[in-house]
Design a protein around this ligand. Structure first.
Ligand code: SF4
Length: 442
């Protein structure tokens, strides 16, 4: 038996190099034992000449399944590649146990990645210079998902600490670096996490190195595939530009608002944002956990989903106003987590003052009411989303309102098919918004 040592649990580059060389050298799967041994020098790949191609679908499957917490995954994926090289249509044989197992591992990885993105929350380090997140992933999803930091927080230094490694986004260098693990016993709660960072953060950063991450889909030498559909160009619904001075002044005032009790436990007010003259205004329920820390609306998981849907609907986020009915995060603390709580009538009424400031100043053509709280706040009556979504409603002030779901609802749909269906319906609603705005909602 030949032992192949991987440098780490997600040593995608190492596995790919070995698999390619071993296949070309004709080394059968049953003669190999794959292990993870960071201390061992990786065996030199066998020297073999030649080329081979596997389908993009197989490479994408392998790139996900290799993140599973399953020791057999390296050998399993090598068997699939071995058979593909022999000419078998492995991806078209769903009944084969190897393919079924690889798909099941990939599914578990995708689910955990989704869970990590949804549950990971950040708090500012004591010096305010960095956001810290703690998470214990059920699969090895840290490396692949750390890349989303760059998209979520382009301007913030962010670190995610886990029991198996840490990832650090450095905006100045525009790169993610990977570093050592953290003992969970040392960070049982937020205060301990902050204290740990104060003491050891510099060491963690010093020990981290620029890392490669797992790609969404990487190539051996991929089979050809049709060119991608060209990206939809965004429809510009209004102008960009410097912030409206009156709204900027309102935002400063709202930062000191004490109209209701929600300001006390929250980190900060999250006022709406967008360009002056925005013709479309999106209204959600309230600031969320990450919005509360960052200070901007719709930047957490629901915001990321909204961004994706806006792009698909052809709406440029930079050209619309995005806000919430309630500007502070209402939550109940449960250990390290802060659980969302729905704002009640008096809180919504108190905060209506700021929503009205935004509406009066902007006078948008279209109000997009994301979820029942926003719809009830603006329409002044209980709203059943399923009955009223996608139907333009003329408001007394002349705006046109359109009710749809809140994007956080899409994150809670339990099954993949249902999620895809609801997401498509959400994008369809946003396309209606784009149409209404383009027509001036006349
Ligand atoms: S939730 Fe609204 S009304 Fe209440 S304190 Fe915050 S900004 Fe003021």
């Amino acid at each position: 038996m030949r032992v192949i040592d991987m440098r780490g649990e997600t040593d995608w580059d190492g596995w790919r190099a070995q698999a390619r060389a071993l296949v070309l050298a004709g080394v059968p799967p049953e003669t190999l034992v794959w292990t993870v041994n960071p201390a061992a020098a990786p065996p030199p790949p066998p020297q073999a000449e030649g080329r081979f191609a596997v389908s993009r679908a197989l490479v994408a499957l392998a790139a996900q399944a290799i993140q599973a917490r399953a020791p057999e995954r390296f050998g399993l994926l090598y068997r699939l590649v071995w058979r593909a090289h022999a000419g078998e249509a492995v991806m078209e044989d769903p009944g084969h146990p190897d393919l079924a197992q690889a798909r099941s591992l990939a599914l578990a990885v995708r689910a955990e990645a989704h869970r990590m993105r949804a549950l990971l929350r950040y708090l500012p380090a004591a010096d305010g210079a960095r956001l810290l997140g703690w998470y214990a992933p059920a699969q090895f999803v840290l490396e692949a998902n750390a890349q989303v930091l760059a998209r979520w927080y382009p301007d913030f230094a962010v670190s995610i600490l886990t029991p198996e490694g840490s990832a650090h986004w450095e905006p100045a260098a525009a790169r993610v670096r990977f570093g050592p693990a953290v003992d969970p016993a040392l960070v049982p709660d937020d205060a301990a996490l902050r204290a740990y960072w104060s003491e050891f953060g510099a060491d963690l950063l010093a020990a981290s190195t620029a890392g490669t991450s797992l790609p969404e889909a990487e190539t051996f030498e991929e089979a050809r595939r049709p060119p991608d559909r060209p990206a939809l160009g965004p429809v510009v619904l209004g102008g960009y530009g410097a912030p409206d001075p009156a709204l900027a002044a309102a935002a400063r005032e709202a930062a000191a608002c004490r109209r209701c009790p929600l300001s006390a436990p929250a980190t900060q007010t999250v006022f709406g944002e967008g360009p002056p003259g925005a013709r479309v205004m999106f209204i959600g329920e309230q600031a969320g956990d990450q919005e509360d820390v960052i200070g901007r609306p719709f930047v957490g998981p629901a915001g990321q989903l909204l961004d994706r849907a806006l792009e698909e609907a052809g709406i440029d986020r930079r050209a619309v106003w995005i806000s919430n009915a309630v500007k502070h995060f209402k939550f109940v603390a449960r250990g390290r987590r802060r659980l969302h709580q729905t704002p009640v009538g008096p809180e919504i009424e108190a905060c209506r003052f700021w929503l009205d400031v935004e509406r009066v100043r902007l006078r948008p053509d279209v109000l997009v009411l994301l979820g029942a709280t926003a719809a009830r706040t603006v329409l002044g009556r209980p709203v059943t989303i399923g009955r009223e979504r996608g139907r333009p409603i003329r408001l007394p002030a002349g705006e046109t309102a359109l009710v749809t779901v809140h994007p956080s609802f899409l994150l809670r749909v339990p099954d993949e098919a249902g999620r895809a269906r609801e997401y498509a319906a959400f994008v369809a609603d946003l396309r209606l918004v784009a149409g209404l705005a383009a027509a001036g909602a006349a």
